[in-house]
Design a protein around this ligand. Structure first.
Ligand code: ATP
Length: 302
């Protein structure tokens, strides 16, 4: 089954051009519980480009987080992951856990939804960042501590020395997410996976964090995969958008094309259901009318 490709060329995993930082092809993730197998991610393919953001957009429960976590092979034996996830051409599906641990936080870094869960509550922020630097880059302690403070400054923290000496509970949610981003970018990742990175934050802080990720991407050329259910975020920060519904990508393409001229009925319904100032929020007529089980999503050539 092919996702609708809106006004852009088909997403070949390798194509004729340079090897992309991340190429996912035919990814399937099923969870195994009490002998029962539930497939959550179904035949998902996409490619990340250097210095660009791909937005994985969809409703709650559509499988966005499971897709992101499957790329990082975060489920161990609880899930059966098949298909292909190539990082700079190297296959990640099936690699040993020990190797994946080096890749995570090294070439690929993740910014989770909730910064609180990502930080050790009993250790100072600076020491947590320095430890990641030392593990991945074998840097001496003193230079790792200095580098941690530089990173805190780079993610927009005004007084990095004080924040480095603080425990997570002494910081606001926005500051904690900045610290988590500092950890994520500490090893100069080529790929950053951000799973709804602003869900736990106040509205005003949300924009600051999204702007920060955008600035870091521009400065470093990191490829970003961001999970969101928010069409506005996808429009404002996405170069490309891939729309997910019930575990499948049903449409993907340049952000403007997908969001201004969606070809797939589900995407059309998703956009029509977005709240707009002064317009009462309607039901999801297209989504109710369209069911993948009934007809299967059709590929629309454009
Ligand atoms: N570890 C797991 N074991 C079994 N099922 C899971 C697991 N993690 C997620 N699921 C199921 O997979 C489905 C998709 O979840 P997922 O978290 O990927 O959705 P999502 O699109 O990211 O939405 P949300 O924004 O609400 O997290 C859900 O039905 C969820 O219950």
């Amino acid at each position: 089954m092919t996702a609708v490709e809106t006004h852009s060329q088909a997403v070949g995993p390798l194509g004729d051009g340079p090897v992309p930082p991340l190429a996912v092809e035919g990814l399937r993730t099923a969870f195994l519980r009490r002998g029962e197998r539930t497939e959550i991610v179904r035949d998902v393919s996409f490619t990340l480009e250097r210095g660009k953001t791909l937005m994985l957009l969809g409703e709650s429960g559509s499988g966005k987080s499971v897709t992101a976590r499957s790329v990082l092979q975060l489920y161990g034996r609880n899930a059966d992951i098949t298909g292909s996830v190539r990082m700079n051409g190297k296959e990640l599906v099936g690699v040993r856990d020990s190797e994946m641990r080096t890749i995570r936080g090294g070439v690929i870094a993740m910014v989770p939804q909730d910064p609180t869960g990502a930080l050790d509550p009993l250790r100072r922020i600076g020491s947590q960042i320095a430890e990641v630097i030392r593990v991945h880059q074998r840097t001496p302690k003193q230079s790792a501590v200095r580098r941690a403070e530089e990173l805190l400054a780079q993610v927009g923290i005004q007084d990095p020395k004080r924040v480095a000496a603080s425990y997570p509970h002494e910081l606001s949610g926005g500051m904690r997410q900045r610290a988590v981003i500092a950890i994520a970018v500490s090893c100069d990742p080529q790929i950053l996976i951000a799973d709804e990175p602003t869900t736990a934050l106040d509205v005003t802080v949300q924009k600051q964090i999204l702007d920060l990720i955008s600035t870091l991407r521009e400065e470093t050329g990191t490829a970003v995969l961001m999970v969101t259910h928010d069409v506005g975020v996808a429009a404002d920060y996405g170069d490309r958008v891939a729309v997910m519904y019930r575990g499948r990508l049903i449409e993907q393409g340049a952000a403007r094309s997908v969001l201004e001229n969606p070809q797939h009925p589900y995407t059309q319904g998703l956009l029509a259901a977005q709240p707009r100032p002064g317009v009462p929020r309607g039901t999801l007529p297209t989504m109710i009318a369209w069911s993948p089980e009934a007809t299967g999503p059709e590929a629309v050539a454009s």
